[in-house]
Design a protein around this ligand. Structure first.
Ligand code: SAH
Length: 394
């Protein structure tokens, strides 16, 4: 099939962005099904590339290759996964747990693959990748030693692509369900339950930031981990010698996993609380306890541009309250995982929060997601996590 663009609409894709939106298309020829591979042409008939087409999605075209003769099949998936894997294997001390494929930023539009030793959890967000599911499974089995593959396709984004939500074990070599297992990440034992955990089953994007914590925690510190999920930051704080860690999350499953992980490592100084963080902070105001280190890692408050203002209000409330609960000259590790919140907007929010809290702040580290979640500079949609390690002085 062919896609012919409107005049000048090829500019963004030629600069390295990966999408064409439906309103940028003049006409299509020989359409047969959503997700099929289409050739992309300029308004004056010049070939640009090949990619997935979906007539029901605002993201009508997702780029795959600049080469007209490149075949999009299992071998293509193998080549792209191998290229992605070579980045992961370059890092010193790479273990067997990492994000193998990060969708558009690994030139695999709509495909996420998280590797947990020989177990793989995948998410598919494009109709094109859905059509290649069989090939993806075969490549993971034949070339990446998969003995367990889980599809965690419960995300709303699928609806925008006209795909149904579903979670299913796609392959289980031994026949004994392996979605729950014990493993180790950077020296800390963890229990992972892929089926019941959030997103792919476990958040890998914060792993380097969790480990970074060890540099700043001193023996005797009192640490607060807000939106702790399965306790990644808390476990690292305890590992680094914190005297006491308090962690809060509203998910019952997350808190159960935290307790299990803490026991697994023999930590007895982490207090996990199932609570709404907004309420928890308000209650904190009434108490005298103050902290040496607070981690603030809320979920994305906005999935669209139009809610940015409300989202920033939410971030301000959390950040100024956290700043007030810190001892003088202590640390706040604060994050936003929404790509609609720019660094500039987040920094302005931090300035306002500090003013409201009556504290001074210094930026000590500026952080991104872990190395296995690369970002395409031409495509701001691939950049989402921003982390600021602040010292909060008086
Ligand atoms: N810091 C975590 C990731 C946090 S993800 C890590 O290192 O893995 C965001 C978490 O916020 C999720 O676990 C979710 O259950 C929790 N959450 C969402 N809304 C909440 C609320 N209002 N109060 C407490 N927790 C909330």
């Amino acid at each position: 099939m062919k896609i012919i663009l409107k005049n000048n609409e090829e500019k963004r894709i030629l600069s390295g962005h990966q999408w064409i939106f439906s309103n940028e298309i003049e006409k299509t020829e020989d359409f047969s099904e959503n997700g099929q591979v289409a050739e992309l042409y300029t308004s004056f008939g010049k070939f640009i590339g090949k990619g997935f087409y979906n007539k029901n999605s605002l993201i009508a075209y997702r780029h795959l290759t600049d080469k007209q003769d490149e075949v999009i099949d299992g071998n293509f998936i193998f080549k792209r996964l191998s290229m992605a894997n070579s980045l992961r294997r370059k890092k010193l001390n790479t273990g067997e747990i990492y994000r193998l494929a990060n969708s558009e930023s690994d030139f695999l539009p709509g495909l996420i693959v998280d590797k947990f030793e020989n177990k793989y959890s995948i998410q598919i967000f494009s109709a094109g990748m859905e059509l290649l599911k069989k090939e993806i499974i075969e490549v993971l089995q034949n070339n990446f030693k998969a003995d367990f593959i889980l599809e965690k396709n419960d995300n709303e984004i699928r609806i925008l692509e006209g795909l149904e939500k579903k979670e299913e074990i796609l392959f289980d070599k031994t026949g004994t369900s392996q979605n729950e297992f014990e493993t180790e990440l950077d020296g800390i034992k963890i229990f992972i339950d892929l089926l019941n955990g959030q997103k792919t089953g476990y958040y890998l994007d914060q792993q380097e930031n969790r480990v970074l914590l060890r540099k700043y925690i001193k023996a005797g510190d009192n640490v607060l981990d807000l939106f702790c999920n399965e306790g990644g930051f808390s476990l690292n704080a305890a590992f680094a010698g914190a005297e006491k860690v308090t962690a809060a999350d509203s998910s019952e499953h997350s808190i159960k996993m935290c307790e299990r992980n803490s026991q697994l490592n023999g930590f007895s100084n982490i207090d996990f609380i199932k609570a709404d963080v907004f309420d928890f902070l308000n209650e904190g105001f009434q108490k005298t306890e103050r902290y040496d280190f607070i981690i603030l890692d809320p979920p994305s408050f906005t999935k669209s541009k139009k809610n940015v203002f409300t989202a920033l209000k939410g971030y301000t409330e959390l950040n100024y309250k956290a700043m007030k609960l810190l001892k003088p000259n202590s640390f706040l590790f604060t994050f936003s995982c929404s790509h609609h919140i720019s660094e500039k907007a987040f920094e302005e929010m931090l300035i306002q929060s500090a003013e409201k809290a009556g504290r001074s702040i210094q930026i000590i580290e500026f952080r991104n997601s872990s190395f296995d979640h690369p970002v395409l500079p031409q495509m701001s949609e691939t950049k989402y996590l921003k982390g600021y390690l602040l010292r909060v002085t008086v």
